[in-house]
Write a protein that binds this ligand. Structure first.
Ligand code: CMP
Length: 139
């Protein structure tokens, strides 16, 4: 299995509750390499651009308001099988359905306020990493 990259986001609910350090520790324990990392606050229109694939979904307005409500930490992660491994580490989108010990089950409070995001496929990962990082930040 080749090394691959994925985009992780620590969302405003987790950053606001002081959980960024705990989540970074879980990333380290799960043996992901951090290729690039930054903390920033998205504008509403930047959040809309990032989640454009969901623009027809009923939760799009609430999601993009939430994602622009406070600081996030965006991280390019590298590992073998990084996309599926990060999704396993986070757990299911709904914290109530996520496996015990996963980040979303441990820290998430609702399907929206689920603490973290992860890319779902290689093309999505390329788009999402490129949304936040320039090529020279990823060397
Ligand atoms: P994320 O992995 O960032 O991808 C889209 C986000 O939309 C998801 O996590 C949730 O935070 C949010 N969301 C809100 N409601 C729903 C829903 N009903 N189904 C899926 N995602 C939802």
């Amino acid at each position: 299995m080749a090394t691959e990259c994925t985009l992780a986001i620590i969302k405003p609910d987790a950053v606001g509750r002081g959980l960024a350090g705990e989540i970074l520790k879980k990333i380290s324990e799960a043996k992901f390499q951090i290729v690039a990392i930054k903390s920033l606050r998205l504008t509403k229109s930047e959040a809309e651009g990032f989640y454009a694939v969901h623009r027809e979904r009923p939760f799009f307005k609430d999601l993009t308001e939430f994602m622009s409500s406070g600081k996030v930490v965006v991280i390019a992660l590298e590992a073998e099988n990084a996309i599926s491994r990060w999704r396993e580490t986070m757990g299911a989108t709904d914290p109530a359905k996520a496996a015990p010990g996963t980040i979303r089950n441990t820290f998430g409070t609702s399907i929206q306020n689920n603490c973290t995001h992860g890319s779902d496929a290689p093309e999505t990962a390329r788009f999402e990493i490129g949304y936040f990082f320039a090529g020279m930040e990823l060397i």
